[in-house]
Design a protein around this ligand. Structure first.
Ligand SMILES: NCc1[nH]cc(CCC(=O)O)c1CC(=O)O
Length: 325
């Protein structure tokens, strides 16, 4: 059938009907809210490049989590800014580490929350790289040990999901085994499976104080030009026991999200990263775009591409809008 029998606009005139034929639905339940925890009490330091986001001490973080849960955002992703850093990131593996403290405090006060703990060394190493440095580069195999130790420590503190973001080869298998050996066989792993070496992480590195002190991350994070390689990364992580696979960043990588969802049929997460967030905020603050409208369009596009889970700094603002429908 062609025009004039077919008129695609017929389904667009009536708002009720338009809603009925909506194909993609964004839900508050899809959103994960990333948060940064730092030492101290009563601390809420604004992150200048990420308006509305803060480095928070544990007490303030607990309040922020209560606010999130009250809006229906029941899942958070935690990053730590430790008091002291060290050469190998051992500080991230301690029972009284900053994220471990935060997890315990949140769990003591809030029942209905899912805590996803990011596992990586870059926030905890003096050099800002994601692992142990040997001969001027991140050494893959020795880094696996700290990642496994950090994962077990976070699980012991009460983390519900372990999310390794380091991009070392073999880390999912190693972490899975370490979790199982320590009685955490029920703890899922959300792997940052296809994580690209991206300029969009800029604001995060201010937030987490994790910028590399020399070089960049291109010997471990992926080349933005590659798509088949992302499939190999995802396949490797699934093979090693990943329960959820993530693509990161999201917006410039919608094709990757689409391919991952279609080729693997796995629960798929996408990380709407700091730079993507900050661009919307910056243009919105200048009234160059309608910030809320663009935010919802961005999130919807990530869902439409195939993401089941969206990690986003927009989570609370988006929840307010979704709750108002
Ligand atoms: N490896 C740690 C990590 N986990 C999440 C992000 C970035 C998140 C964001 O930009 O919002 C990074 C930074 C990086 O790889 O440099």
């Amino acid at each position: 059938m062609a025009f004039p029998e077919t008129r695609l606009r017929r389904l667009r005139y009536n708002k009720v009907l338009r809603n009925m034929v909506t194909e993609t639905h964004l839900r508050v339940e899809d959103l994960v809210y990333p948060l940064f925890v730092c030492p101290g009490k009563g601390v809420k330091n604004p992150i200048s490049s990420m308006p509305g986001n803060y480095q928070m001490s544990v007490d303030m973080l607990v309040e922020e989590c209560k606010l999130a849960v009250s809006k229906g955002v029941k899942s958070i992703l935690l990053f730590g800014i430790p008091e002291h850093k060290d050469e190998h990131g051992h500080v991230a593996c301690q029972a009284d580490g900053i994220v471990q403290q935060a997890i315990r405090a949140i769990k003591a006060e809030i029942d209905d929350i899912l805590i996803v703990a990011d596992v990586c060394n870059c926030e905890y190493t003096t050099h800002g790289h994601c692992g142990t440095i040997i001969d001027g580069d991140v050494d893959n195999d020795s880094t696996l040990q700290t990642l496994a130790d950090q994962s077990v420590s976070l699980a012991q503190a009460g983390a519900d999901v372990i999310a390794p973001s380091d991009m070392m080869d073999g880390r999912i298998g190693r972490i899975r085994k370490a979790l199982d050996d320590n009685g955490f066989e029920k703890t899922p792993i959300m792997s940052y499976a296809a994580k690209y070496a991206s300029g969009f992480y800029g604001p995060f590195r201010e937030a987490a104080e994790s910028a590399p002190q020399f070089g960049d991350r291109s010997t471990y994070q992926m080349n933005p030009a590659n798509s088949d390689e992302a499939m190999r990364e995802v396949a490797e992580d699934i093979n090693e026991g990943a329960d959820i696979v993530m693509v990161k960043p999201a917006l410039s990588y919608l094709d990757i999200i689409y391919r991952v969802k279609n080729e693997f049929e796995m629960p798929t997460a996408a990380y709407n990263v700091s730079g993507e967030f900050s661009m919307v905020k910056a243009a919105g603050s200048k009234d160059w775009i309608d910030e809320n409208r663009v935010m919802m369009e961005v999130l919807l596009s990530i869902k439409r591409a195939g993401a089941d889970i969206i990690i986003t700094y927009h989570a609370l603002d988006a929840a307010d809008i979704l709750n108002s429908y």
